[in-house]
Design a protein. Structure first.
Ligand SMILES: [Zn+2]
Length: 281
């Protein structure tokens, strides 16, 4: 079973958790680390021999076109994570359409390959944005991986299907929700991010085995370049909860990832989307 591996390419100061602490206008004045951290991710993937999808901010691509080209040249998929991490439910349909277009143009110009996948910042496609999938379908995207079918303080669409579905009637657009697991009647986030770092490794292994085995479906997993960077600057005045989530166990992340890559089969999200699409018919 081929599972979808992805990296959301954003810098340490662009994460949703620090949104209220660091203004977008200040981003250009902060020390960038996304290029060096993404190069480290590329090295890690080369070492273990996996291909993945890089959901990339247009803002990052504009400042690091060489990085985007190296990602594409190494055989990975370059896909869209929006321009500057604006959550979809904070934009109206017109702003969302413009954000998609601007980002895709930048990514295609930098990477030299067609962009067919999209991941909403902070999984921000939910019941508040019934228009979002329609706009993605109109724009010709093959798939979106933007829904977290869980209850969570920052995001979530608990009523959404847990596995691949077609969100727009009459359109081939596929939504590949991030991985969840079922435990004692509850649906738990199990697709990466803070959960992967904070909980014991065996939780993630159990969850992916459940998804691949019992459910017979591919897992959809993600992490960020800043998660393998223990040397990143600390945001002192962020909420404590955000700081715990952001800074815990950064030093052991790479080893943990290597273990995960060794135990399951991983590939690009577009490949997994195509397989799921064929299954749905
Ligand atoms: Zn993100």
């Amino acid at each position: 079973m081929l599972n979808a591996l992805s990296v959301d390419i954003e810098d340490w100061f662009q994460v949703g958790a620090f949104e209220k602490t660091i203004a977008r206008d200040d981003w250009d004045g902060l020390a960038p680390r996304v290029a060096r951290n993404s190069e480290a991710v590329l090295e890690l993937f080369a070492r273990v021999g996996v291909k993945a999808t890089f959901f990339t901010l247009g803002w990052v691509a504009e400042r690091n076109p060489g990085l985007i080209r190296r990602i594409a040249d190494a055989g990975h998929e370059v896909a869209s994570h929006g321009w500057d991490h604006q959550r979809v439910f904070t934009m109206g349909p017109d702003a969302f359409r413009a954000d998609l277009l601007r980002t895709r143009e930048m990514l295609e110009q930098a990477g030299g390959q067609k962009v067919t996948g999209y991941r909403a910042p902070s999984f921000s496609i939910d019941k508040r944005t019934p228009w979002a999938h329609e706009i993605l379908a109109e724009a010709g995207y093959a798939y979106s991986s933007s829904v977290a079918p869980v209850v969570h303080d920052h995001y979530g669409w608990p009523e959404a299907p847990r596995f691949a579905f077609r969100p727009v009637k009459g359109s081939p657009l596929l939504e590949l929700p991030v991985t969840t697991a079922r435990l004692a009647g509850r649906t738990l986030a199990a697709g990466g991010g803070g959960f992967f770092r904070l909980l014991p490794y065996r939780f993630s292994r159990w969850a992916i085995r459940q998804v691949n085995g019992e459910a017979d479906r591919p897992a959809v997993f993600y992490f960020h370049p800043w998660e393998i960077d223990p040397g990143q600057p600390r945001v002192a005045d962020a909420p404590l909860r955000s700081k715990i989530r952001h800074y815990s166990r950064l030093g052991s992340m790479e080893t943990r990832l290597e273990r995960l890559f060794g135990e399951f089969a991983w590939g690009r999200t577009d490949a997994v989307a195509a397989a799921e699409s064929a299954r749905l018919g």
